[in-house]
Ligand binder design. Sequence first.
Ligand code: PLP
Length: 375
Amino acid sequence: MSDRPIYLDYNATTPVAGAVFDRMRPWFTEDFANPASTHRLGQVALAAVQEARAAVAGALSVPANSVVFTSGATEASNLAIRGVTGPVVVAATEHKAVLDTAKAREFAVASVDRRGRLDLDQLDRVARGAALISIMLANNETGVVHDLATVVEIGRRHGCLVHTDATQAFGKIKLDLQELGVDLASVSAHKIYGPKGIGALYVRRGVTLDSVMTGGGHERGFRAGTLNVPGIVGFGVAAERLQPAVEAVRSRALLDRFVSRLGSRESFVLHSDHRTGLPNTLSLRFPGADAEAVIANAPEICISAGSACTAAIPEPSHVLLAMGVPSDEAFESLRISVGAPTTDEEVDQAALLLARSVRRGREPNAGGVCEGAAW
Ligand code: PLP
């Protein structure tokens, strides 16, 4: 084992794949022209952007001209939610990119059960009169996958648009946005072994949005600003390389192995199930052990706590609270997320280290440090 910590936080972000980085490199230094320029080099850059657009669209099963490049999923969701006039409905377990954007306007919340699943009857009731329903496809903390097909049916019945934050589902489970029937969807490159700072909003043909950013009319007027060509190229290559079915089998086997190794050493409670949800995500709780202390006592592994820090004050995860998990239990919760580079050896070692740290964390006065969260 090297001195490098074992990284089990792939839902927070992924490394840029070597093949992605190699393809991005010339677009920084040699082929640096602005794709809005009409000269020859500008047109070379434009062709690369259009190739990447087709690759991202292909991975989402949508037409290329329905993909609008943004700086990431946060901006994509802002564009979707702020671009619509009228009330918005969001799930209580949405990422803050959606939740806080919706809170800035008239909004209603769709609740979830103890397993994090949507209450579809309640959603149907609160969706009356809405302009937009925004429900994530898969949850970043628990891996719970929502029944988007039924959400789309509800949206159609109420005559409103449906947006999905598909950031965590992209690359991990089959994703066919056209078949799903959503009107808008957000995705991000850095969750699929592409670079940070680039993402996209899928906008179904015929859907209009007010622009959030004014300027040069780029991206068919949806998103002004000079295009991030290296980022876009990297996003395209990362999208092209996705093999969700293969990765799902591998991830599920790794987490099965992790659960069995950990279970033979320590007791824990699972908040969600990687067999029915995202195959790479495990949300679990060690009763009696503070999660921040567990993380602090296991510097050899990189995992996330079920809490977020605001001004250095830890707050329990809003996702777990929405599921009815009491706040003291949320403070005992951790997220493990595996990725393409994860090995059997790493999960075996992580189970051992985590069990040891949990034992220490259960001792009185085992303190933790609060330094922020990245979901
Ligand atoms: N939505 C979900 C579900 C996420 O997990 C994340 C990443 O943390 C985001 C949105 C934000 O994505 P980005 O970092 O591309 O803005």
